[in-house]
Design a protein around this ligand. Sequence first.
Ligand code: GDP
Length: 364
Amino acid sequence: MKLGIVGLPNVGKSTLFNAITKAGAEAANYPFCTIEPNVGVVTVPDERLKVLHEMYHSKKTVYTTIEFYDIAGLVKGASKGEGLGNKFLGHIREVEAIVHVVRCFEDPNVVHVDGQIDPLSDIETINLELILSDMEVLERRIQKTTKNLKGDKTLQKELDLLKKIHEFLSSGKSARAMELTEDEAEFVKSLDLLSYKPIIYAANVAEDEAGSGDENEYVKAVRGFAETEGSDTVMICAKIEAEISELDDDEKTMFLEELGIAESGLDKLVKSSYHLLDLISFLTAGEPEVRAWTIKRGTKAPGAAGKIHTDFEKGFIRAETIAYDKLIECGGNLATAKEKGLIRSEGKEYVVQDGDVMHFLFNV
Ligand code: GDP
């Protein structure tokens, strides 16, 4: 899963991104040896793997990962190709979701590009660049479809929808905020619009506000806006994330407790992206390794098998599966689970559930 970090200058992007790269998966745990400097890889926390690791005395635990891309440089005028604008818009096209860091901290020593802190105006600035770029895409598409309509009258519906989206965007709203039928949504998805990508607003607050239960007015404003377009908001403190990234797991827990923070901002970001992209994890467990795999909710058993290896999908026969909770009830003992009839044999149509511990049987 690829997420792109964007935001205006001086909002805390680099601070957050550096925390991500430091906290990130060691290169040794990551099968591709060269990680580009603008990519940070983090593991998706999953307590279940720790439990399974103990139960199976596994040699290895492999977490699933998320890649964060630092897409700095998106500024006003990007859609006009100002500066390196267009290149950055191109980078956004390649990610599955956007993390927009919004400044919600006051600090007289850190200059705001527009002279004052106004998260909603920051959001509008960035979103507008994406919207303008989308409008250009739509205009070209409308032209093409209008031309093709002469030979193919069935394109009328598509043309109407393209115009409807264009009109919506010209009101300054992102495509993701549009109400669409399932068919329409399918079509809009195929257009690959930037303002249709799922987005998480990362409200970057001051150190002394990160632990307080109350959100400051800036964060509330961000959350309020996010809700109007079905987006998520995560409150983080980039500075604290930077400090945590230097610590090991135990130290991290203690440090967060001292500050009264229940969960690190990075963990919250990861969870939120799972939620936003409608992802779940299934698990595989054995002595060689316990491992989590990411799939889209609704994926059927062969598709899940294909995550592990394409051969598993091609030659899929069936899956032996047990829900994680049921396995724990049996003390992780598969024989007991089998006796109790808790291990199910599922076929091609089985929709994999979050926390399913799976074993695939396949033809080679
Ligand atoms: P970028 O331009 O968006 O990448 O912003 P940076 O990460 O370089 O941060 C700009 C300045 O804001 C730096 O001096 C940071 O130390 C400061 N900064 C970032 N996050 C926080 C924060 O949570 N609290 C405070 N007080 N300062 C922050």
